[in-house]
Design a protein around this ligand. Structure first.
Ligand SMILES: Cc1cc2nc3c(=O)[nH]c(=O)nc-3n(C[C@H](O)[C@H](O)[C@H](O)COP(=O)(O)O)c2cc1C
Length: 194
């Protein structure tokens, strides 16, 4: 019997649309490590997907194409890598809006595994946003890796011009989070009956 499994696939999501976003820099580092471990990675570019504000009337008429695409990308993934800033101590509207669309009617996130982390300019490195994102994903039946918690504070000085972390310990922590998340997703796949 051939027991070889196809590689797991990861969908990367960034809560900032900004071209030179610190969170996207960190997300790329996480993606790179996941790729190094044999994971297929894709990034859902929320700016390119051009997702409108959630509107139940729009949804009832015809699901916007960007939302259809996002839902399909989420469904096709085994795990999610989510990097986000905090806005006013909470989840940026862009990310929450995308999650709301992709979870409405038939929840595309159901049963997924996710890792969350974040970068912010302040001293708390998204410490107030992360528990809120964890709660939202929990409601959607997403298993969020509990530890390590990766908070990138003073993001404006956290990266080299080449996009690496200045602090090697941060890189190690992020890699550990990726590895734990892959381990959970691998175990979850083993439990799946369909
Ligand atoms: C509307 C708004 C609210 C913000 N609120 C916070 C905050 O609560 N805490 C914080 O550390 N930074 C806050 N910031 C600053 C962000 O940390 C900073 O813009 C960061 O670079 C955003 O991440 P990005 O580089 O990935 O776009 C806020 C920024 C905006 C635009």
């Amino acid at each position: 019997m051939n027991t070889t499994q196809p590689p797991l696939s990861a969908l990367a999501l960034c809560g900032s649309l900004r071209e030179s976003s610190y969170n996207r820099k960190a997300l790329r580092l996480a993606m790179k490590h996941a790729q190094h471990l044999g994971i297929l990675t894709t990034e859902a570019d929320l700016r390119k997907l051009n997702i409108p504000l959630y509107d139940a009337d729009l949804e009832a008429a015809e699901l916007p194409s960007g939302v259809q695409k996002l839902k399909q990308m989420v469904r096709q993934s085994d795990l999610l890598l989510i990097a986000s800033p905090e806005y006013n101590h909470s989840i940026p509207g862009v990310l929450k809006n995308a999650i709301d669309w992709a979870s409405s009617k038939d929840n595309a996130f159901d049963g997924k595994v996710a890792m969350i982390f974040g970068a912010s300019n302040g001293p708390f490195g998204t410490a107030r946003m992360q528990p809120q994102l964890r709660q939202v994903l929990g409601v959607l039946n997403v298993l969020v890796t509990p530890q390590p918690i990766v908070m990138i504070s003073s993001a404006q000085t956290a990266f080299t011009p080449e996009g690496a972390f200045v602090d090697g310990k941060l890189q190690h922590r992020l890699e550990l989070l990726v590895e734990k998340t892959i381990a959970i997703a691998t175990a979850m796949r083993g439990l799946r009956t369909t």
